[in-house]
Design a protein around this ligand. Structure first.
Ligand code: FDA
Length: 319
């Protein structure tokens, strides 16, 4: 990790090709068309986070609007993920709501789902409240993300489920932000245990459950949890009629899906897909590719090996 500052930008650019689809929508479309052959579907993110003035929202508004058009024009199995702070959540909450609503309304016309990515603890409640407001306006095509490392998450699952009844769609992940021990689990095993029990709770609540992890213990737990609850057809044990009678919405799986980041553990994603599970790739693109790639690389403890390998054996730098 300490090697990161000395790795030249051109090498980061080379490695970034694995994690970022490119600079613009055309690049993202090209990558989606190629990876569609792996039976994957997509959620597309325009790179960029917290803005410093409300005027900056117009870039994201326009870009997401064009992105929806292009996904539809190219008939791709894709939806969108956006960061509420890029729409000004920390500057003007009601303005952010209006802007996000505009995008969600446009997506809804095409039956497209919109995911509000979850950022750090400052905006957890505000992000959940955005989802409630949008559902109140009839925009049921919106869902968010919960971070299992936060102590509050299981309570949030129950509250969201009570409020949105059969219409909740939650991506569950460990949480990328290193929150303090006052509000979050901090050890690896505690975070894995919390993630697994949140997955169980979501499935038991019959929320649409998007399992976003590359970690083997979480994936293995999920497969067992899905199987024992009758979500996996081959092992169907209970609730067949109930599960079959629910229409989860366009582009969705039978109550759950697996999600992975572009470029991370594609081998596991392809295996899940070949076993019949719906797998979605989180596909970021945009001019902030450098910052995003540095973050991805910092998170991966094998970074030095990975960078070295992609230079010496470039064919291994595969998405
Ligand atoms: P873990 O970190 O243990 O990873 C297991 C292995 O996978 C690692 O050893 C490494 O080899 C590889 N790996 C994992 N992440 C990698 C990465 N980024 N780059 C390179 N290799 C990596 N978080 C959040 O707070 N808000 C959000 O909205 C989202 N959204 C989201 C969407 C999707 C589709 C995914 C997959 C993840 C997120 N996350 C997120 C991030 C998530 O919270 C978490 O930080 C990462 O997924 C890493 O946790 P894992 O469960 O993958 O385990």
């Amino acid at each position: 990790m300490y090697l990161m500052p000395i790795i030249p930008k051109f090498i980061i650019r080379w490695v970034a090709k694995r994690y970022v689809a490119g600079h613009d929508i055309a690049d993202a479309i090209k990558v989606m068309k190629r990876l569609s052959s792996e039976n994957a579907c997509f959620t597309v993110d325009v790179l960029g986070e917290e803005i410093s003035s409300i005027e900056e929202v117009s870039f994201f508004e326009e870009e997401y609007s064009n992105l929806i058009d292009q996904i539809i024009n190219h008939n791709l199995d894709a939806n969108i993920s956006l960061k509420p702070t890029a729409f000004g959540l920390l500057i003007d909450e009601s303005e952010a709501l209006k802007k996000i609503e505009k995008i969600a309304r446009k997506a809804a016309k095409h039956g497209m789902f919109v995911r509000l990515d979850m950022e750090d603890h400052r905006v957890t409640q505000q992000t959940i409240d955005l989802v409630f407001s949008l559902h109140q306006s009839g925009l049921y095509n919106v869902g968010t993300v919960l971070q299992a490392r936060l102590f509050r998450t299981e309570k949030d699952i129950v509250k969201i489920q009570e409020k949105l009844a059969g219409k909740s769609d939650i991506r569950i992940c460990k949480g990328i932000y290193l929150e303090s021990s006052d509000i979050a689990h901090t050890s690896y095993q505690d975070i894995v245990d919390a993630t697994n029990s949140s997955i169980d709770l979501l499935l038991d609540c019959r929320a649409y459950t998007a399992i976003a992890s590359h970690d083997i213990p979480v994936i293995e737990h999920s497969l067992k949890a899905l199987s024992s609850r009758g979500f996996i057809k081959e092992n169907l044990e209970l609730d067949e009629v109930e599960l079959d009678s629910i229409n989860w919405g366009k582009g969705k799986g039978p109550g759950y899906e697996f999600q992975m980041l572009l470029g991370v553990r594609g081998d596991i994603r392809r295996k899940l897909s070949s076993q019949g599970h719906r797998t979605r790739i989180y596909l970021p693109y945009g001019k902030h590719w450098y910052e995003y790639s540095m973050r991805r690389l910092r998170e991966n403890p094998d970074v030095a090996w990975h960078v070295a390998k992609s230079i010496v054996m470039p064919w291994t730098n595969r998405r």
